[in-house]
Every structure is written in C-alpha cells, then in structure tokens.
Write a protein that binds this ligand. Sequence first.
Ligand code: IMP
Length: 432
Amino acid sequence: MPKTNTTIIGLQWGDEGKGKIVDSLAAESDYVVRYCGGANAGHTVTVGKEKFALHLIPSGILYEKVVNVIGNGVVFDPEVAIEEIRGLRDRGVKVENTNLLISANAHVVMPWHKQQDKLSETRLGANKIGTTARGIGPCYADKANRSTAIRVGELLDEDALAQKIRIIGSIKNSMFKSMYGSNGMDVEKIVEQYLEHGRYLAPMIRYTGSLLREAAESEKAVLFEGAQGSMLDIDHGTFPFVTSSSVTAAGVPAGTGVAPKHVGRVIGIMKAYTTRVGAGPFPSELDNEIGEYIRKAGNEYGTTTGRPRRCGWLDVAVVRYAASLSGIDMLSVMLLDVLTGLDELKICTGYRTAEGTFEAYNPAIPEEVECLYETLPGWKENITGCKNFSELPENAQNYVRRIEQLTGYPAGIVSVGPGREETLKIDIPPGN
Ligand code: IMP
C-alpha cells in the first residue's frame, strides 16, 4: 500500500490525547512535523511504564528512524527545547541532527516574551486569558511586527545576534518600565545565554521547507502533529480566549511550507467528554461532582502548567464545527475509559438561546447558552483491558456509535487507556 501523509488535529480545546495517536502513527512514518504553537503544548506519551511529557520536540522522537521537524510556524523556545533534548538523552533516547531538525524560519521565544505574557496577564486581572505563560502570544506578535522578531536561523550569526538582542532588549526594557513599572531585564546575560543556545542547537538548524515539500510529495509518510485544539484557533476559536496560531489543518501548509494538497488524511482527535484549561466559554461545563469525578478519573491537570482542567459533557456541536474546519476523514475517540462508572452520560447536541434552539455551533453564540442534552446509559465494567471494539460493553459501543451518528464521521480509533496497546483500531480509511 502506498504511504500517505497524515494530519492530526485536536477537535476541542486541546489536551485531547493527540500525543498518543501521533506516537502510534509515528511508528509507520518517515517524518513527524510540528507546525503551530510552541512550548504551550504538552503531549504525553506512555511507553511501558515510562511516561514522556513533550512540549516542543515532536512525539516521533521516541522512534529512532523517524525524522522530527519543528516547522517554521512554531514559536521555538531554546531553553525548553534544550532541557527536553537533555532529558530525552539522559533517558537513552537518541536526539541528533539526523532525527531532529529545527526550521531556521521558526521564531525564537525570548525571555522578554515570557515576561510580557506574565505581566500582561497580571495587569488584566479578571479579564485575563489564562495563558500558559510560555510567551506564545508576545512572540507571535513580534513575528507579525517583524522588526522586533528573531528567527531561529539568526541564532547562528553570533555578532549579528548579539547586536539584535541588545537593540530589541533595550526596547523591551523601556516598554516594561513605562507600561508595567517593572524592572528591566539583564540584556547582557540574555546575549550570553542565547549565543550559548545557538551553539548547542546549531547542528539541528536548517531550512526545512524544501526538505518537507520533497518528502510530502514523495512516497514518504509525513505526519503533521497538531498542537492545541481547534477551539483555540486564533481565527476560528473562542476568541479572545484562544492561542495565537492557526491550529487547524489550514495551519499545516503555512507552518511547514508544504502545499495544501499534501496534508493527506486528517484525523480529528476528541475526548469522549470535554475539557478546557484557562478562561473562556465552555457551554457543557460541569461545575459539580460529575465534573470532579471526570477530573479525578482522567487526571485532568495540565501537562504544561499543572492547572486543574475544567471538565464537562461531550459537546458534539463543537466537534462537528471543529471537524468541518479541517475537513477530517475520521475521528479518534480518546479516554473512553474515564467515563466508566457513571450511571448515565449526556451528550450536548445543540443549544437554546432567547432566539430559539439550534444544532450548529458558531463562535458568536453567547457564553451563557443552554445546552440541549441527549442521555445515554453508562457502563460499570473496566474497559481498559479490551482488545477489540466488540469486547466493549454494549453501552460503551452504543456511546461511540452515537458519536459517529451525531457528528457524521466514522470513529477509526477508540482509546481505552494511556498505554500504546490500549488502543482499539476499528477501521482506518486509506489516505486521500
Ligand atoms: P497561550 O497559548 O499560552 O497563549 O494560552 C492561550 C489559551 O490557550 C489558554 O487558555 C491556554 O490554557 C490554552 N492552551 C494553550 N496551549 C494549550 C494546550 O496545549 N492544551 C490546552 N490548552 C492550551
């Protein structure tokens, strides 16, 4: 069978379990590529008894033969990347310039971006976005601003880099002082640190666009690893409570340099329920003991910030909306096991407002909208040991089948536990 490209997209507010599916598909891939976001992502992969939490390094790093690429659309934090590379090497994982490449055109997250993220959130108080404080928004803002941006390729020219850091650093220090009354940063220390980072990372930095285009057009299998979820997309998410990049399949060409027709098959990853970290609308949120039950059973705490995640019933109107943004080919339903033990399960199928009822989600719906729920019976049996879809209790099978009916997409993968082997493959359609 000819190899195909695959794009993995989160269909909710992030944390859908993308890392696990990327990990399982990486085994058959030649390249695994990040195209959006930065160290705000947290992809957890469990191999045997070992757990790997990756923020910047693509999840394919656990397979030696896979070439992992951090694309130009990513905002790249050298401090986080180096810590992650060292951590992986310490645990015996190979990380060399043969299996990790960083686009010279990706933008560098500088210490002032993280500082600004924190200062801005503190100043906003109750109106804050609830960011991960990783400097994501300020770095993308500088990318759009151009004159105050630094790209990864610039880490290689020491004299020019030192000069640029001094100029931008002094601008940022004036800004911090006048806007927030905050002390300036030690720019000379930043110069020293970033020259050092550049030396460490130099072997892995290159222009990755043509390499990826060639790979994506050939018989190679390229896996594009989405970060965050579609509802956090800068344009199509619940603005302003979103991240600062294009996280849907539309972000792949811009964030890597491949042509749109080479994104391949698109797999939409969704939890069997819904979670969200940070502020913003969440129609099916459960601020009660059922939400607490889900948080405990699903260990719903942020991989990046450790914050408790807000939990709620599955909202298929959100999933349908997100799936249509990326034109997905199939669903992957994650964390089904977390719902085990609940007497009944509710699925939000649409909404009611003062104007009436409607089924389609759109970003303009008011925050305090009422959900229309359908109720299904739950199951009590432990499903983590199930090896096939047909081994699941009837009510668990019916829950998944109802998701397929309500969304209009087939569920090709169902996950019943964190481990690689706890994944039921129902039917994966060949790529397009
Ligand atoms: P930022 O991306 O750090 O600016 O955060 C903006 C919003 O996106 C906040 O609500 C974050 O909690 C959320 N966010 C960013 N990255 C992730 C992620 O990987 N998973 C879940 N939420 C995220």
